[in-house]
Structures are given as C-alpha cells and as structure tokens.
Design a binder for this molecule. Structure first.
Ligand code: SF4
Length: 765
C-alpha cells in the first residue's frame, strides 16, 4: 500500500485584503448597470457570439434552464431574454472557455491551489477529464473513467457497512440524475443522503409539512399578479432571485402592496428598473416596497406575534378581519393561538423586534382589509435555532386571513439552487419513506434500507468520528457550503475516499480524503448526446412545476460524461453488472428513467410528454385545500415561542449573507454593487452607534470570535463598514464567516445550521 502524505492545505484560503472601495448603497436594482455587468461577465468568459447564442436559449421553452436559482419562468418567456444579471453570471461561469486540464493539475499542487481565494479557484475554468489525487501524491493526475469507477467500487466493497458511506447532492442535479443516484444509494444499502436542502430550506419543509401537509410552497407565478399584499421576509431577491422583481412589479402595477421585513434595506426591494422594458431603463423604475420593517436579526416571530395580536383586537371590533369561515372549516388550534398572543405585552414585542410601532400599525391596517396575501421567505427565516417556528408563525398569519388555496395568496419559500426542490421530490432524503420504499421495491425488485440516514450536520460528525469513510458529492462545494469550516475540513480529511461530480474546480476538491476523485460532468447549457440523439432532462422550479431542459453548446471537453451515466457507471461496476436493475441501460436512456420516476413517485404521470414545452405542476394539497393527512384533517395553527438569544453586553448577533457577485458558494466577482461595497469580501457591516460604542472607524480591522460550549472559533481580518443595520446586529459574507458557525448548533427539528444568528464578540486588531 502506498504511503499516505499529510497535505498541508489551506482550509480557509488567503485572508488578505483586496482594495476596498465604498460608495452609498444603491436605491434601485437592475437597469442599465445590470445589463452592462452581465454582458461584461458573459463576454469575458464566453466571448460575444457564444454569449448571445447561449443567452437566447436560457429559460426558453426549448432551451435550457438557468443554472442559477429556482425562480420559475413565465408562461410566455420574453424573446428579448428571460434572465437576470446573476443568471448570466451563472451561465458565464459554466460556459467559460477556460479549462482546467491535466497540465493545470500537473503545474499546481493541491497545496498551492488551496492558497488561492475562492474567487481565483472558481475562475480557473472547466474540468476536462477525470482526475485522481492518490494518497501518496500532492498533485491530481488523470485517471480513466473505468479505473475511477473501479476505485469507488473497491472502497465501497471494503466498508464494514453501507452506512459507512454518505452521498451528498447539491441542488444542481436534474430529476433524472437525482432519482438514479437515490436509487443506487438505496440499492447499495444506506439512507445516508445529506443534501443542500438540509442547510437552507429544511426548516421550511418541516414547518410546512407539519402545518399544511406539504413541504413546499403553494403559490404559482401568476398569483403575484393578483396578490393584494406580498410580504417578503428574510430574503434579498434583488441579488438572489432577481426575476422575482418582475413578479413584484406586476403586483404593484395591479395595485398590490409590498411589505419587506429584513434587518437590511436591500436595493432590490426599494425600486426596480426592469431591463426588459424601455421605460424600466429610461425612467426611475417601479417603486416596490411600500413599508419596510427593519426587524432585528431573528425577531420575526416577535414581530408577527405583535401583528397577529393587533389584528385580533381589530377583528373583535370589526368582526371581518380574520376569515372566520375559512378558520372554522379548514383549521385547527385557533383559540389556542389567540390565547397565546395575549401572553405577550406590546412593549416587549416592540422592544424585541426593534420596529417602530407606527409602521407595525400601518402594516396591520393594510393587512386587516386584504385577503389575498402571499408571504415569501428565504434563509433569513430558516437558518436559526427557531427556524421552523419562524415559518410556522408565517403560516399562522396566512391561516388567520384565509390566504391559502385562492388566487393571489399562499406560501412562497423561495428556493436557491435551480433543482433543489426537484431533487427532494424524486427521492433525495435521509429520512425513510415507507411509501417510497414500497414503490421502489415494487418497481425495481429490491428492498431499500429502512434505517434513518444522516443529514448534512450529522454526516459531517460521522466523517469526523470516522464512522463514515467514503463521501461522494453529486455537485456542490461541500466544504464552503457547510458550517464550521475547520471541523468540516477535518471531517473530509478523515475519509478514505472523497468523490466529487463537478463541472468546475472548488475548494472541496482541495481539502479531501486520503484519496480523492473529481469526475467532470456535462453542464446545463451543453449538448447531451447519446447515439447521435440529443437528450433532455427535467427540473422542478420553486413553485412545483416540472419542465424540460435541453442544452445546446458544445461540451467543454469530449471526455465529460452526464451525471446519470456517471451514476450508472459506478452502480454497474459496484454490482459487477449483476443486479436486478440494469444500471447501464437505465442511465443511458433518460426517457426510461422518467418512466421509472412516473412509476415510483406520485404526480409524474406521462412525464415524458407533459414535461415538454412549459411543463406541468405537481400535485399540491394546499392549492386544493385538502388537509386530509393532518390531525383532524385540518391545517394546523402553531404556538411558537419567542427566539431565545442570550447575548451579553459585549456580544453581537451576526448573520452570514451573500454579496451581489455571488451565488451560493460561487464567487463571480468581488463587488457588492447594491450595497456600495466594491473589491472586497472581508468586510463586516456595523451600525454607526455600535462603531462609536466600540471606538471603531470605517475600515478598521477586527476579528470575529464565536464561543459556543467553550470552544472558540475565529474569523480574522475583517474591515468595518458602517451600514444601516440594527444596533447589536452584524452582517458578513459566507463562506468566509462559516468558520464561526458551530456544526452542532442548528435549528430544532430541521437541523439547519444557525448561520443567520451567530453570537460573536469582536476584537480590534
Ligand atoms: S432569477 Fe434565478 S433562474 Fe432566473 S435568470 Fe436569475 S438566477 Fe436564473
């Protein structure tokens, strides 16, 4: 056996400053600057011709789905272009002409690469062939596909139990790839399927399942046209789901109102200059937010309780503020909820949430008279110890108003990665589903395991403790996405084998198990051809609609293999071509995979036909007001506790956020244009009064320190940026500050890391 080299990699990358420039935060989103920046990214990565060709097919009916977020496409996509600035950046990253080939890996050792910033690593280009990092080497080397499959199969066979392996999925994979992957993992014998949902909307899934019977939202895109009020909570659509601004614009044009609830007042929710419209570019744009409630970090439950309490008083006076017919017919627990809110004084709730009472009263008066209400939210609500309760309190408000199951109303958890919702629908989950297992057994003839698997935080712990020895990731950048970076790095390094199916190089390729594999795959925008025929795959958007996606660009290399075929290759090799499932045949024929999805999972009838064109909606019991699965066959009101933060005098609550030049862990650039922060990522936003209190000036350098269970975690070298954020609250970018998030502190029930409410101290350098 070869010697094992201890590689001296840098887990966090460099912490140097890059030359910050500050301006006033913007008061609108999109417009000409967005077009200019988008085209700059596209042209520099893809060239002019390729850019126009690719963009004319993105989010079009016969084209490919944007590799960015999961926001739905309109029924009739604009031929002018149905994408946003950050969708263009996502495409440019994938379709870049830069290549990471064997010469690149021969030139740079993993140790050298690990000292590059995430931005530099990401900009290196597309991986062109399978690579292996052997235990006695410091550079990746080429490996054939056959040998790579054999290496994985050998390591999996050597495990004492299938539960010594974990199989992660990112939200990029198609329904076909995710279904096949989940099938293989179950056939292999484990439910260890952590996924990126565990780190983001798992709190939404748990809360919505318990209260409404489905772990997804209920709105459709057209509901925004009819909504009387849209409440956007803990979400920054201008950067993270930019085409949502068009939906809000329509709502406003139809006399709807928008309420934003967020510790930061984000440019995207102030005003929108729609670049698809001449007036959007030339005029001052559409003003979006009518009332902004600058809530303190994670005090949304306090604010919602106050709103509900005040609405209840108005309802007594006017009798028609709550939808009593709806409440009577469809809900459970109304009296308990109203009794509960009486326990809290207005003053206490106001103090906790930090919002001015006049503004709360305005919101109450507005909501009192409306019945078509949508609540949208994202990580600002989910990534807290009480993330599940945050969502349940939103559901309480919608149930009181009867704002479910009717046009213009409903729940809208806005999903991050383009198929994160679909992957879960087709079977990526660590929980055991007896219904799914029975269906798989009936369709494929093997018995799936019935032991609960590991979610993300528990998979990390199991790797750290050497209980999991093989880690495979279908997409993603696990190290940078997960909490507690140093702990997670050690967990990965404790593995015997780490395998990643990827398009581009990222930090997780550099902090690996003893042996590591990179298996490069075809991108969203690229042609996927088999036997001379182009293939398409399907995805599910944030609103439960399944549709096809078909790439058109020449793949970055002839040596790329599609995700389903990579999974088929691993499975066929592992089972030595002797299994009840014909993995090779299934993985090559996506039509066949879709037929199997149709057999196994409810709602996919006739998927091969219906997914073409604009696609089809999956069943959604909330839209039908069918709560049969729930206690008393009714939707459930919930009693939610106030968040408990024990914050000492000298401590802050920090939320990790994305910059505008960022999508999840991918860093497109160093600017955060809407917030007026340029050419720097090592910043921390701080209220001016806190700066005075701590005798800090703009651009002073501080360290951020968390201390949970007597374990100190440090993120060093951050520049103080004065910002309009509540006193006692701070904001800084991830992944740089993930190092502060303890892996073992997470949301109750959902286990989502507490990345949006980390208690920290600061230390001036
Ligand atoms: S809104 Fe989301 S899906 Fe649409 S183009 Fe932008 S990043 Fe892509």
């Amino acid at each position: 056996m070869s010697d094992i080299i201890k590689r001296n990699v840098s887990v966090l990358g460099p912490n140097d400053f890059t030359g910050i420039k500050l301006e006033e935060p913007a008061d609108y989103a999109a417009g000409l600057p967005a077009v200019k920046v988008a085209l700059q990214h596209a042209f520099s990565e893809m060239g002019v011709l390729k850019s126009f060709r690719a963009l004319s097919h993105m989010n079009q009916k016969e084209g490919f789905d944007c590799p960015g977020c999961a926001w739905p496409d309109p029924e009739k996509p604009s031929r002018l272009g149905e994408y946003c600035e950050n969708g263009v950046k996502a495409l440019a990253e994938e379709a870049t002409h830069k290549k990471v080939d064997k010469d690149f890996f021969a030139k740079y050792s993993v140790e050298e690469l690990s000292r590059w910033s995430d931005f530099e690593i990401g900009k290196s280009g597309r991986i062109t062939e399978p690579m292996v990092l052997r235990s006695d080497k410091v550079n990746y080397e080429p490996i054939s596909w056959k040998e790579a499959y054999a290496l994985i199969a050998k390591e999996l066979h050597e495990l004492n139990s299938p539960n010594e392996a974990a199989f992660y999925t990112s939200g990029r994979s198609s329904n076909e790839a995710a279904f096949l992957y989940g099938l293989f993992v179950r056939a292999f014998g484990t439910n260890n399927m952590p996924d990126c949902s565990n780190m983001c909307h798992e709190s939404s899934g748990v809360a919505l399942n318990e209260t409404l019977g489905i772990g997804k939202g209920s709105v459709k895109l057209e509901d925004f046209d009819q909504a009387e009020v849209v409440i956007v909570m803990g979400q920054n659509p201008g950067t993270n789901h930019p085409r949502m601004l068009s939906a809000l614009q329509k709502c406003k044009e139809n006399n709807g109102k928008v309420i934003s609830v967020n510790p930061l007042e984000e440019a995207g929710l102030i005003r929108f200059k729609n670049p698809q419209e001449v007036k959007g570019v030339l005029s001052s744009g559409t003003s979006l937010t009518d009332i902004h409630l600058q809530v303190k970090i994670n005090q949304d439950v306090s604010l919602l309780k106050l709103i509900i309490k005040k609405l209840a008083i108005l309802d007594k006076e006017r009798a028609n503020v709550f939808d009593h017919k709806f409440i009577e017919r469809y809900t459970n627990g109304y009296d308990n909820l109203l009794n509960d809110v009486k326990n809290y004084s207005n003053d206490k709730l106001l103090e906790l949430c930090g919002v001015k009472e006049e503004l709360v009263n305005e919101v109450v008066e507005l909501i009192a008279n409306k019945e078509k209400i949508i609540i949208c939210w994202a990580m600002g609500l989910t990534q807290h110890k009480n993330g599940v309760e945050n969502i349940k309190e939103c559901v309480n408000l919608l149930l009181l108003k009867g704002s479910l199951g009717k046009p213009g109303s409903g729940t809208c958890p806005v999903r991050g990665h383009s198929n994160v919702q679909g992957d879960r629908t087709v079977g990526i989950m660590h929980h055991v589903s007896p219904v799914l297992n029975e269906s798989i057994e009936k369709t494929f003839g093997f018995t799936p395991p019935n032991k609960e698997g590991l979610d993300t935080v528990h998979a990390i712990k199991a790797m750290y403790d050497r209980k999991v020895k093989v880690f495979m990731a279908l997409g993603g950048n696990f190290l940078s996405a997960a909490s507690d970076t140093l702990y997670t790095a050690q967990a990965l390094q404790n593995c015997d084998l780490t395998v990643q199916v990827s398009t581009k190089l990222n930090r997780t390729h550099l902090v690996t198990g003893k042996t590591a594999l990179i298996l490069p795959t075809i991108g969203r925008s690229e042609l996927d051809i088999k036997n001379g025929q182009p293939r398409f795959f399907t995805v599910e958007n944030s609103m439960g609609k399944v549709h096809q996606s078909k790439g058109l660009m020449k793949p970055a290399s002839d040596n790329l293999i599609s995700e389903p075929e990579i999974i088929g290759g691993i499975a066929d090799t592992y089972f030595n071509s002797d299994h009840v499932v014909n993995w090779k045949e299934l993985s090559e024929d996506y039509k066949l995979i879709r037929e199997k999805i149709e057999n196994v999972i409810k709602g996919f009838d006739d998927i091969n036909t219906r997914s073409k064109g604009s696609g089809f909606y999956l069943p959604n019991n909330v839209r039908d007001l069918d709560f049969d699965k729930l206690p008393n066959q009714k939707a459930q009101f919930s009693i939610c506790d106030l968040p408990k933060h024990e914050v000492a005098e000298n401590e802050f609550i920090l939320m990790t956020i994305r910059s505008h030049d960022q999508f999840n862990t991918t860093i497109y650039g160093l600017d955060d244009r809407y917030r007026g922060i340029y050419n720097e990522r090592r910043i921390v936003m701080m209220n001016k009064n806190d700066m005075i209190r701590y005798d800090l000036n703009a651009l002073d350098v501080i360290d951020l320190i968390s201390n949970y269970d007597n374990k100190e975690r440090k993120a060093i070298n951050f520049l103080v940026v004065p910002y309009n954020i509540p006193q006692g609250n701070l904001a800084a970018y991830f992944p740089e500050t993930n190092v502060l998030v303890p892996y073992d502190h997470f949301a109750d029930k959902s286990h989502t890391p507490i990345s949006k409410s980390i208690i920290i101290q600061i230390d001036k350098r």
